[in-house]
Design a protein around this ligand. Structure first.
Ligand code: ADE
Ligand code: ZN
Ligand code: ZN
Length: 254
């Protein structure tokens, strides 16, 4: 019994720090695949073989318990206090999502990188571009990206972070490919924000979403109304993440 309780605690603690849940990350990978150039598709296939972007998107969460990857534990998020931007604040010593995306781009562009390094870099960049579009992975430095904001979600104990990672998405009960299809409506050609690969702009967008995200009333309970107010934002963030990931990969592979 004690073991069951301990592992239940371990599971809930580890889940609380994840990025988008599996469904969100996979949908982003699938959306990105639909925007890859032929050249990028071919180059990525040569590196990844039969492992699709949808499949590899969750790898970084799967290796979290492997000590070999302890160095990447802080790479899933970035802290940007109110009134600051990335360049004006001190950063996590071991790296953050902003810095790690740059690091993966470099590995993929470097002709001397080994195949193994490139495989890991594709898995990581696919995951990290996703994480950076979960607006609470751009934390305000006050509440661990909303993990400390305890809230009941449809009668279950949860927290604001988890509602954004997976609560709203799981409530829809879509498979990842259904979610990708629902989210991946044609990009308005007048809206070039979708193809923006400037990480400072991504940070600004996430910070600008905070008032809406933290508009949670004082009941300690959220359900349909919060979903109604925020679902469009979830869809846009997933869509942007997919389009922008493809844009970065298309830029790398020409
Ligand atoms: N831990 C500290 N800040 C965090 C954030 N913004 N997202 C996920 N985990 C965190
Ligand atoms: Zn998360
Ligand atoms: Zn993550």
């Amino acid at each position: 019994m004690k073991n069951i309780i301990l592992s239940a605690i371990a599971i809930s603690v580890s889940i609380s720090a994840f990025g988008w849940g599996q469904t969100g990350h996979r949908a982003i990978g699938k959306i990105a695949e639909s925007y890859l150039s032929e050249k990028a598709k071919k180059s990525i296939q040569e590196i990844m073989g039969h492992e699709s972007l949808a499949e590899c998107s969750t790898w970084m969460d799967e290796v979290r318990s492997d000590k070999k990857y302890d160095y990447a534990k802080t790479w899933h998020y970035v802290t940007i206090p109110e009134g600051t931007d990335y360049k004006s604040v001190e950063h996590e010593e071991k790296g953050d999502v902003y810095e790690a995306i740059g690091r993966m781009k470099k590995i993929l562009k470097d002709k001397s990188s080994t195949k193994e390094q490139k495989v890991e870099a594709i898995r990581m960049i696919t995951h990290l571009v996703g994480d950076m579009h979960q607006p609470l992975h751009v934390g305000n430095g006050e509440d661990r990206g909303g993990n400390n904001v305890k809230i009941k979600w449809f009668y279950d104990d949860s927290n604001l972070h988890r509602i954004w990672d997976s609560g709203m998405i799981d409530e829809k009960k879509y498979s990842f490919s259904e979610l990708a299809e629902v989210v991946n409506y044609p990009v308005n050609s007048d809206d070039d924000t979708y193809f923006n690969t400037d990480l400072d702009v991504w940070v600004e967008e996430a910070v600008a979403l905070r008032p809406q995200i933290y508009n949670i009333g004082d009941k300690g309970f959220l359900s349909y109304e919060y979903m109604y107010e925020n679902w469009d934002t979830v869809k846009i963030q997933l869509h942007k993440a997919g389009v922008r990931l493809a844009q970065i990969l298309n830029d790398i592979y020409g």
